[in-house]
Design a protein around this ligand. Structure first.
Ligand code: C2O
Ligand code: CU
Ligand code: CU
Length: 519
């Protein structure tokens, strides 16, 4: 099956035509620039031809009694994404996506990240409870040819996280080039659940990313280095690094850990069979109870874990994973459910064999008392000391939070350890969307647009999607900051960023930082 490509004018075309840069046309042009970049491929990959790869698992180079040691090299590599062509990527160990960390809760580890790339990098583990030196702060950079050691206490309950580049002003291009991978924390409680098991077999991570390609197969990155970038939208949807792949499945249940690893594109997932997903977890780990939904919006950096049950299907059936979000990421397009459009399709599941299924989805996935860790402090609204308002806005040609832009030397918010606060985050107009992410801590969404949050948003989260003109109230209890091995030294990084996770917005300074202070 061939994907139908839309014929839109790309930013590049507009540059060629000299349309950009005329101040009087600023607003309409910015909006126009938001349409996706069109790939220049002679032959577009067929839909559902490539086999879905599963990222390999990182192996420690050494295991000591109390600590595991890893070594990861950031390097260029050539991989085949478009059949018959080579694409140069930047990958962790040269892989796209990077290899998956699978770590046991409570097990300490040290990762030596070696930078063999021509630019400064830094590695952020998104969702991790780590000391400031190991958080991949945008200004704590690894120069080309050098390395940096990151420490992880992994004092968190089972959850799906990811690691990605976070270098100041170059994050978007670096992640687009391929610097992202999964980081899974596992724990004993989760292992006892009767859910589908076995990494890569019945428990499969799926990272969804859109990309555009030049005719030679190289990645096309058309965002300019200024704040008019609304974000890079590609027209080829990759899952685990392959275009619109297919996965051969048995007629049984599978657990999928879905990450939206795209720079700027939100998705709304649905199965073309109309069957539901059973959502079992969000960024902060397991839900208390499973939830069945037929549509699941997922914005950049969000993670949802779902169980899909193929037992109602016979061998030979095919179920498509579709995207109902429009190409601006602003509205649902239910007609996409049966569209051949390139971005209306994500991947396919082909039922190829019968198999006995001894997994099941328990009615209670994790009682709340077993879901507490350093990032999950039980907060009560009554205890909230104060509300901090944050307005995310395109302001005077800049991406701003409360009118401010990123300044590595300025700490924007001082947050008292142990205290509960409400962060009132607001997307103020313009038709843009902003997924808001905080490092270090998880929150509960207690209100969205003055009403209850959406059913799948009612557990621990580290990212909240703010659609056009949306707002949310986040309940946060500030944890103790882990000190890490450099405790006591003065150069220690003590602040953590919070930002929009549209990576181009982030790079163009829609990012501030907070510091947790002792009370
Ligand atoms: Cu995944 Cu600061 O981000
Ligand atoms: Cu993060
Ligand atoms: Cu944004």
């Amino acid at each position: 099956m061939k994907a139908v490509l839309r014929n839109e004018i790309s930013r590049k075309d507009m540059l060629k035509l000299g349309v950009l840069g005329s101040a009087g046309l600023l607003l309409p042009l910015e909006r126009a620039a938001r349409t996706q970049t069109v790939s220049r491929l002679r032959d577009f990959p067929d839909l559902f031809e490539a086999k879905l790869p599963v990222p390999t698992v990182h192996r420690p180079v050494r295991r000591a009694p109390k600590m595991d040691y890893y070594r990861v090299t950031m390097q260029k590599a050539n991989v085949e994404i478009i059949p018959g062509l080579q694409t140069q990527i930047w990958g962790y160990n040269g892989q796209f996506p990077g290899p998956t960390f699978r770590v046991n809760s409570g097990r300490k580890m040290k990762v030596r990240y070696i930078n063999r790339l021509p630019e400064y990098t830094t590695v952020h583990t998104h969702g991790a409870y780590v000391d400031g030196d190991s958080d991949g702060h945008p200004s704590k950079l690894i120069p080309p040819g050098r390395y940096l050691d990151y420490w992880f206490g992994n004092q968190q309950v089972a959850r799906t996280m990811w690691y990605h580049d976070h270098a100041e002003h170059t994050t978007a291009q670096h992640v687009y080039n391929g610097l992202a991978g999964f980081y899974l924390v596992e724990d004993g409680f989760e292992k006892l659940l009767p859910l589908p098991k076995g990494y890569g077999k019945y428990d499969i991570p799926l990272v969804i990313q859109d990309r555009a390609f030049n005719s030679d197969g190289s990645l096309s990155y058309t965002e300019t280095d200024d704040s008019s970038s609304n974000g890079m939208f590609g027209d080829v949807i990759l899952v685990n690094g392959k275009p619109w792949p297919k996965l051969a499945v048995a007629n049984r249940k599978y657990r999928f850990r879905i990450l939206n690893g795209s720079n700027a594109r939100p998705y709304e997932l649905a199965l073309d069979s109309g069957e539901p997903f059973t959502v079992i977890a969000s960024e902060g780990g397991m839900f208390t109870r499973p939830l069945r939904v037929t549509r699941l919006p997922i914005s950049m950096a969000e993670r949802y874990e779902v169980v899909i049950d193929f037992s109602g299907h016979k061998v030979g059936d095919r179920v498509l994973l579709k995207n109902l979000m429009n190409d601006k990421g602003t509205a649902s397009k239910p007609e996409n459910l049966h569209s051949d459009g390139s971005t209306a399709n994500v991947m396919a599941f082909e039922v190829v064999r019968k198999e006995k299924d001894d997994s099941r989805i328990p009615a209670v996935l994790r009682p709340a008392r077993h879901n507490l860790d350093q990032t999950h402090l039980p907060a009560r609204l009554e205890d909230s000391a104060h509300t901090r308002p944050f307005v995310f806005k395109r302001n005077g040609g800049k991406w701003t939070i409360n009118g401010k832009t990123w300044n590595e030397n300025r700490v924007d918010e001082l947050c008292p350890e142990g205290e509960t606060e409400v962060w009132h985050v607001k997307n103020n107009g313009g038709g843009w969307v902003h997924p808001v992410h905080l490092h270090l801590v998880d929150f509960r969404i207690i209100e969205r647009n003055g009403r209850a949050p959406r059913p799948w948003e009612r557990s621990w989260k580290d990212t909240v999607f703010l659609g056009a003109n949306e707002e949310a109230k986040l309940l946060i209890k500030w944890p103790k900051v882990p000190l890490g091995p450099r405790k006591g030294r003065t150069k220690y990084v003590r602040s953590y960023p919070f930002h929009c996770h549209n990576l181009e917005h982030e790079d163009h300074d829609m990012m501030l930082q907070f510091k947790v202070k002792k009370t």
